[in-house]
Design a protein around this ligand. Structure first.
Ligand code: HEM
Length: 423
């Protein structure tokens, strides 16, 4: 038996909160090891990373999620009893429900709705001095998400709902005020969406058949029962909240366009010939390069050994997500933004893991990954071809110790001009 390199800081949880995204990567580099041991929330935790680490983490016979997600995260970001907390058959059954919403037709639809919302927003921007892209993006995504999901949303509520869905995401690496805001937002949103589910079930509200609102209201578990109202609400929020979160990736895309003019130039040129390949690579590189998910957690299901290291039942295991997308063994010059690297990417399910790894149906890998990529591409192309804008002096620093990360100024744009439509 090998002993696992041990991080001697007293409590890794504090290190994680104070160092943020680079916490695990720094230690893996220091120990020159894809595995190390630390403490989280007072218990032993093993942290793994790299392609090998990801492959291990997604072995569902060795790991489970039940019991692995801290209550404070369930009370703010995720909700309780949602798909994230399930294992085995119950997970597969619930996951199929999510994946059924991701058909090519439905993905086309959300991309179209997002496009429309950007066009409408840009017309308004033309008559304002300047705007904060982060706020605008969350509202654009919120309108499109609710429409797509069959959730009625009045224009006067858009800001509040977008703020609430955004605040749940804002809360995940936070203590204090930012965490409390996330809890409040979740309580308010679950009440609203729970009421909506009841109305649909009582026939007082029509949710079109292909929508998430319909699917969550009428889904039956493996025993043939409807989900209880709160769980159905949690799952419907598991659709609209992360679509709003794509706004964060749009802000990162805008930062990349601003900081990497060569990449921007190649993007513009390729889009002029209606070639979307570079656009796709650009989106993949934004997802790889910019920080979003720092780590993921699971629990050892039964004792096993891996590379001579022993894992004991019940031990917490963390996957270094950010570090894996910045791993020098997997990515040449990982700290360089270079969309072209995806020309020769193998397509492995275990190296580009900003939204989790493994299989979308069998594992916990993000149900909305394809949707995210499509919506990001539409948004990126909107920013490059449909409008021109200035980027005034501002602080675009991304503090890697803040989770979730976002540029300090949240991307201010000015002098927006809508381009004449090509058609
Ligand atoms: C799971 C990231 C967008 C729905 C996840 C996981 C990550 C992630 C890291 C966990 C993977 C794991 O536990 O192994 C992201 C990021 C997004 C995003 C960075 C960009 C904004 C979306 C969208 C949707 C979505 C747009 C839905 C429309 C889900 C669901 C799960 C999930 C339902 C739980 C899957 C399961 O437990 O089986 N996401 N996601 N996500 N995501 Fe996303």
């Amino acid at each position: 038996d090998n002993s696992i390199p041990r991080d001697h800081t007293l409590e890794g949880g504090i290190g994680l909160l104070s160092e943020g995204y680079e916490f695990a990567m720094k230690r893996r580099q220091e120990f020159q090891s894809n595995i190390f041991q630390t403490r989280m929330l007072g218990q032993k935790a093993i942290c793994i990373g790299g392609k090998e680490g990801a492959e291990l983490f997604y072995n569902e016979e060795l790991f489970q999620r039940g019991g692995a997600i801290p209550k404070r995260i369930q009370k703010s970001l995720f909700g309780e009893k949602g798909v994230q907390t399930l294992d085995g058959q119950a997970h597969m059954h619930r996951k199929k429900l999510f994946m059924s919403l991701m058909s090519p037709e439905r993905l086309n639809e959300i991309a179209g709705l997002v496009q429309q919302q950007w066009e409408a927003a840009a017309l308004k921007w033309q008559s304002t001095d300047q705007l904060v892209l982060f706020d605008e993006a969350q509202q654009v995504m919120c309108r499109a998400a609710c429409q797509w999901a069959g959730v009625p949303l009045q224009e006067s509520d858009v800001k509040q709902v977008a703020d609430d869905l955004g605040d749940m995401v804002e809360s995940f690496g936070a203590v204090g005020m930012r965490h409390r805001r996330g809890r409040q937002a979740r309580r308010r949103t679950e009440q609203w969406i729970g009421h909506l589910i009841e109305q649909i079930r009582e026939g007082k509200l029509e949710a079109p058949e292909q929508t998430a609102a319909h699917a969550m209201s009428w889904h039956r578990d493996t025993e043939g029962n409807l989900l209880d109202t709160q769980t159905a609400a949690v799952e419907l929020i598991n659709i609209i909240r992360p679509i709003v979160a794509i706004g964060r990736y749009v802000v990162f895309s805008a930062v990349a366009l601003h900081h990497y003019p060569d990449a921007r130039h190649k993007l513009v040129q390729s889009l002029q010939t209606d070639d979307h390949t570079y656009s796709q690579w650009f989106v993949q590189e934004v997802r790889r390069f910019y920080p979003f998910t720092p780590i993921l957690g699971a629990q050892v299901r039964k004792d096993f050994t891996w590379n001579d290291y022993s894992f004991e039942e019940g031990t917490m295991v963390l996957l270094d997500v950010y570090g894996t997308t910045h791993d020098e063994d997997l990515w040449q010059q990982p700290d360089t933004f270079r969309p072209e690297r995806f020309e020769h990417w193998s397509g492995s399910p275990f190296d580009l893991i900003p939204q989790g790894g493994g299989d979308h149906y069998r594992n916990h890998r993000c149900a909305g990954e394809w949707l995210t990529i499509d919506v990001m591409r539409v948004s990126l192309e909107f920013l490059t071809t449909r409008i021109t804008y200035d980027v005034p002096e501002q602080d675009l620093t991304i503090d890697l110790s803040r989770m979730p990360a976002i540029p300090e100024s949240r991307f201010i744009m000015s002098h927006v001009q809508v381009q004449p439509s090509a058609t």
